[in-house]
Design a protein around this ligand. Structure first.
Ligand code: PDD
Length: 284
């Protein structure tokens, strides 16, 4: 049976889900997206994703075509129509289809699309084995806090990582790690301080990052939000990434060099467990 997608008010088989070639998402990457995890048929930390959606569209003066409550209802209906148990819901809103001209069109209806993907995030082998990352220069624009669909820099970063046999890219700017190609980056220092870069225009404010920081703080872990270098990461006890599509995954190699003895560490494993407990307990 075909997957069901959502396009501007209709639920249709994925093959029939189409938008115009004049859509500004296609022509200008003039759009915003969000990815929420689904566990046991329920959305994980989704309010956090919808609040970030609202912030992102606000930053580019893009009116949402539906209220956040209605968007949540559509996400839920899509999960139900696809019988999705574990996976992801992708949603994208663009400024809509109009004659190609750079300034915002006067009369245009935003495009809203959603689709689901089956993914077993809980049992991903990388959670046990850890992942390898490759560093690349961060060549992105200066508003990375906006979850824009302009992802070419991340596509190139993650392709370079894949070609080097790595599962994620860590992007480097002014000698420090900004974040992963599609994840937030953390290290645990030798004196047990959890370090991740502070939110600013330089990174996406990760929803999983935010939840993991709060959960770690509740458990009295020391946290410093500041930039860190690759040298610091290589000297760290542990390193890991967080995202809606991976939750928490240990990093065991950076550019071929072992981190934390090349094995996943106990703190990343524990934070993953705690995050999964939180995700299951709060999913709706
Ligand atoms: N990416 N940083 C970047 C650049 C990202 O693209 C993502 C998420 C994150 C983590 O954010 P969150 O914890 O809210 O998922 C950080 C999604 C999963 C993607 O593009 O598929």
């Amino acid at each position: 049976m075909s997957r069901i997608a959502y396009v501007n008010g209709s639920f249709v088989p994925l093959e029939e889900a189409k938008v115009s070639i004049l859509d500004r998402g296609f022509l200008f990457a003039d759009g915003i997206y969000e990815v929420s995890a689904v566990l046991g048929g329920k959305l994980v930390d989704n309010d956090s994703h919808l609040l970030r959606l609202q912030r992102s569209v606000g930053e580019i003066a893009l009116p949402l075509p539906e209220t956040l409550d209605r968007i949540k209802a559509i996400q839920k209906e899509l999960i139900a129509r696809n019988n999705l148990v574990d996976g992801l819901v992708y949603l994208q809103v663009t400024r809509g289809a109009a004659e190609r001209d750079f300034p915002f069109p006067k009369e245009v209806t935003p495009t809203l699309v959603m689709f689901t993907t089956v993914k077993d995030i809980i049992n991903a082998p990388a959670a046990k084995t850890g992942i390898a990352v490759k560093t690349v220069p961060d060549i992105r624009w200066e508003r990375r806090d906006i979850k824009s669909v302009a992802l070419l820099a991340q596509v190139l970063a993650k392709q370079a990582a894949a070609e080097a046999g790595c599962q994620e890219a860590w992007m480097i700017e002014d000698g420090a790690v900004t974040e992963g190609g599609s994840s937030s980056a953390f290290i645990l220092t030798q004196d047990d301080v959890l370090v991740t870069r502070q939110n600013s225009n330089a990174i996406l404010p990760g929803c999983t990052r935010k939840a993991v920081i709060a959960l770690a703080a509740e458990r009295q872990l020391r946290i410093e939000e500041r930039p860190f270098t690759v040298a610091e990461a290589l000297a760290a006890k542990e390193a890991f990434i967080t995202s809606a599509s991976s939750f928490v995954q240990p990093v065991v190699r950076i550019d071929g060099q072992a981190v934390g003895g090349g094995k996943p560490g106990p703190v990343a494993a524990r934070l993953r467990e705690i995050y999964v407990e939180f995700a299951r307990a709060t999913a709706d």
